[in-house]
Design a protein around this ligand. Structure first.
Ligand SMILES: Cc1ncc(COP(=O)(O)O)c(C=O)c1O
Length: 368
C-alpha cells in the first residue's frame, strides 16, 4: 500500500469536458460567431438529436429539469386541487415542480432494495384527487415502470417520469421517458449529459404535448407578441444546446464506462458493511453509486483520510423538508432509514483505473 503522502486525492467528480473538449470549444465559438443566442438552430438540432438518442418522438429544450417536470404536468392540465404521487427520496426539485404546478405532492415510500418509489405504496396512496404519478429513476436506476404504468392506466392518471439522473437508461429494454406521458431530463453540469450552465428537456411521444410545451416555454406565444397561453420563460439557450450537441456523441461510451466502473465496485465490495446497491435492471446508467453503511460517519471519515471525496444523496427525506410541511406528508420510514445510511462514492467516466483502485482499496480496508 502506498504511503499516504504519495496518494492523490480522488475528487467526487470532474466537470471538465474530457474527450469532448475540442468539440465543445468549437461549439462555443460557432454560437458566439453566429450571434444568435436564444431559440435558434442549435436548440432545434439538439432537440432532434437528443430525441433520437433517447428513443422518444420529441424533445423540447428548456431552462432546467425542474421546469421540464413542471411544464409536463402543466401541459397535462395538472394544477390546483390535484394530488401528484412521488417519491420521498430524490432531489427536492422533483416535488418542488409539483408545487410549482399548484398541485399537492403526496409521498409514497420507496422500495428498500431498489430505492425508487414502491408500486405497492403508490397503490395505497391513490385517492379521489390523484391526478398523476411522478416516479424518479434515482441514481440512474429505472423505477419499476411496468408496475407503475399499470397503476396509472387503471386509475387514468398521468405518468410523468423524472429522468433527470437517467440519460439513456432503459427499463425492461424500453427507454425511460416513454412509459407514460413524458420524461423530464436535466442537463445540470453534474448530470450524465451536462451543459456549461442550466438546461433541461421535456420528452414525449405525443406531438401535441410537445407543441404545447414549446409554446409554454416561450411565454405562451403562438406568434411574436401573441400570448395565447399564460406561459413561462424557460428556454434552453443556444450556447448550452451547442455544448450538449458536442457532448452527446460521447454519451454512449461515457455510460458504458459508468457501468464498467459500477461492475468493478460491485465485484470488489462483497462486504457486509458497507453494502452495495443491487442492480435491478441492466438499463441502469449509474449517475451515482451510493453504498449503505450503518456507520456512515465513520466510513466517510475513513475515506476522507484516504483522500477520497464522498457526498450524501440525500441527507433528508422530502417528507421532512420544511418546504413540504404544509402538504402534511405521510411518514416514509424506508426512505428515512436510507437517508441515514447512504453515501455516494466517486463514479464518473473520467475516473482513472488508479483512482478506482484507490477507492476499492480504501473501502475494503474499512473496519467498522
Ligand atoms: C432527480 C432530479 N429531479 C429533478 C432535478 C432538477 O433538475 P434541474 O437542476 O435541472 O432543475 C434534479 C437535479 O437537480 C434531479 O436530480
Amino acid at each position: 500500500m502506498p504511503d499516504r503522502r504519495e496518494r492523490t486525492t480522488v475528487p467526487f467528480l470532474t466537470l471538465k469536458p474530457g474527450e469532448a473538449a475540442e468539440a465543445t470549444d468549437a461549439a462555443i465559438r460557432r454560437v458566439v460567431d453566429r450571434g444568435w443566442f436564444v431559440l435558434g438552430p442549435e436548440v432545434e438540432s439538439f432537440e432532434r438529436e437528443f430525441a433520437a438518442a433517447s428513443g422518444v418522438g420529441h424533445a423540447v429544450g428548456l431552462g432546467n429539469g425542474t421546469d421540464a417536470l413542471f411544464l409536463l404536468l402543466k401541459a397535462h392540465g395538472i394544477g390546483p386541487g390535484d394530488e401528484v404521487i412521488t417519491t420521498p427520496l430524490s432531489a427536492a426539485f422533483t416535488a418542488l415542480a409539483i408545487v410549482m404546478a399548484g398541485a399537492r405532492p403526496v409521498f409514497a415510500d420507496i422500495d428498500a432494495a431498489r430505492l425508487t418509489i414502491d408500486p405497492a405504496a403508490v397503490r395505497a396512496a391513490v385517492g379521489p384527487k390523484t391526478a398523476a404519478i411522478v416516479p424518479v429513476h434515482l441514481y440512474g436506476q429505472p423505477a419499476d415502470m411496468p408496475a407503475l404504468a399499470e397503476i396509472a392506466n387503471r386509475h387514468h392518471l398521468a405518468l410523468i417520469e423524472d429522468c433527470c439522473q437517467a440519460h439513456l437508461a432503459t427499463c425492461a429494454g424500453r427507454p425511460v421517458g416513454t412509459f407514460g406521458h413524458g420524461g423530464a431530463f436535466s442537463f445540470y453540469p453534474t448530470k450524465n449529459l451536462g451543459s456549461v450552465g442550466d438546461g433541461g428537456a421535456a420528452c414525449t411521444d405525443d406531438g401535441q404535448t410537445a407543441e404545447r410545451i414549446r409554446r409554454l416555454r416561450n411565454g405562451g406565444q403562438s406568434k411574436p407578441f401573441r400570448h395565447d397561453l399564460a406561459g413561462v420563460n424557460s428556454r434552453l439557450d443556444e450556447l448550452q444546446a451547442a455544448v450538449l450537441r458536442a457532448k452527446l456523441p460521447f454519451l454512449e461510451q461515457w455510460t458504458a464506462r459508468r457501468r464498467a466502473l459500477a461492475a468493478l465496485y460491485q465485484e470488489h465490495f462483497a462486504l457486509s458493511d458497507p453494502t452495495v446497491p443491487v442492480e435491478h435492471d441492466p438499463g441502469h446508467v449509474y449517475h451515482l453509486f451510493p453504498v449503505r453503511s450503518a456507520r456512515r460517519k465513520q466510513l466517510r471519515e475513513h475515506l476522507r483520510t484516504a483522500g477520497i471525496d464522498t457526498l450524501i444523496h440525500y441527507p433528508t427525506p422530502l417528507t421532512q423538508q420544511p418546504a413540504f410541511a404544509e402538504h402534511q406528508p405521510a411518514a416514509s420510514p424506508v426512505a428515512d432509514a436510507a437517508c441515514h445510511e447512504l453515501v455516494s462514492l466517486p463514479l464518473h467516466p473520467a475516473l482513472t483505473d488508479t483512482s478506482v483502485n484507490q477507492v476499492i482499496e480504501a473501502v475494503r480496508a474499512f473496519k467498522p
